[in-house]
Design a protein around this ligand. Structure first.
Ligand code: CO8
Length: 257
């Protein structure tokens, strides 16, 4: 598939996807969604890739779903086409996905960043769910993922008024993992992705799956899931190698990568 709205490249063991609709603030249209799904799906299936970074431009990670594409939709179109389902497929990516966010991450752009496993933000990043100002509401997980990330008070304020949050507030609220200077945001995300890609893949996948359980189930069930996943790691050669390397004071060489 030839991409028109994204750039996709491999850098060593990391996949880098750049949203690329500069004239539309990287607004997420259906073409971009299908290209993103294609690119991330290939990276998820590629044994040589250990983690993925998604970024936009200095001005905008993504300023939301494409309003011009959406404006004439009727209820029946939205129901029958269920185009949110594509985003659910993106969120189900098994390998770690890091969002490197500079500029605007609004509406569906903020929701896309939150579907990633963590966000590294540049100082210029601005997050928001301004859908209410368009006469609608978040529809790609914003009300749920934002509430889990930053709590009810700020989520309600942002979703009900459309107020944007800057990078410093996003970090202190727990929405982003770290804030770095804008010119370093992709490099920092790549460094984190490279670190992950050098680790035991089964351990990484199970860790991601287990942390995500925390948002889907009770504490008791989550703890049971974690215990079983932890126990299963002792069936991996990588556990033997990782612990032997520590004891022998050398770097581990994980087999399952
Ligand atoms: N959709 C389509 N085009 C957009 C979008 C967008 N979301 N955002 C910006 N653009 C376009 C503008 O229309 C403009 O195009 P043109 O030059 O042809 O007029 C171009 O990008 C540049 O934008 P601006 O001139 O507005 O640039 P500014 O620097 O003045 O402002 C902003 C930047 C603040 C980001 C401003 O563009 C803005 O407010 N954008 C809209 C933000 C927004 O409301 N986002 C929410 C969209 S709704 C949504 O995401 C719903 C998600 C749930 C859907 C569930 C189904 C999948």
């Amino acid at each position: 598939m030839a991409y028109e709205t994204i750039l996709s490249e491999k850098r060593g063991e990391v996949g880098l996807i750049t949203l690329n609709r500069p004239d539309a603030m990287n607004a997420l249209n259906s073409r971009l969604l299908s290209e993103l799904l294609d690119a991330v799906g290939k990276m998820d299936a590629d044994a040589r890739i250990g983690a993925v970074v998604i970024t936009g431009s200095q001005k905008a990670f993504a300023a939301g779903v494409d309003i011009k594409e959406m404006q004439d939709y009727e209820f029946a179109d939205i129901c029958m086409n269920d185009f949110v389902a594509g985003w659910d497929r993106f969120a189900a990516t098994r390998k770690p996905v890091i969002a490197a966010v500079s500029g605007y991450a609004l509406g569906g752009g903020c929701e896309l960043a939150m579907m990633c496993d963590f966000i590294i933000a540049g100082e210029s990043a601005k997050f928001g769910q301004p859908e209410i100002t368009l006469g609608v509401m978040p529809g790609m997980g914003g009300t749920q993922r934002l509430a889990r990330a930053i709590g009810k008070a700020k989520t309600m304020e942002m979703c009900l008024t459309g107020r944007l949050m800057d990078a410093a507030e996003a970090e202190s609220s727990g929405l982003v993992a770290r804030v770095v200077p804008d010119h370093e945001v992709v490099e920092e995300a790549m460094r984190a992705a490279e670190k992950i890609a050098g680790l035991s893949r089964p351990a990484v996948l199970m860790t991601k799956e287990t942390v995500n359980r925390a948002f889907e189930t009770t504490l008791a069930e989550g703890l049971r899931f974690e215990r079983r996943a932890f126990q299963s790691m002792f069936a991996l050669e990588d556990q033997k190698e990782g612990m032997a390397a520590f004891v022998e004071k050398r770097s581990p060489s994980f087999k399952n990568r």
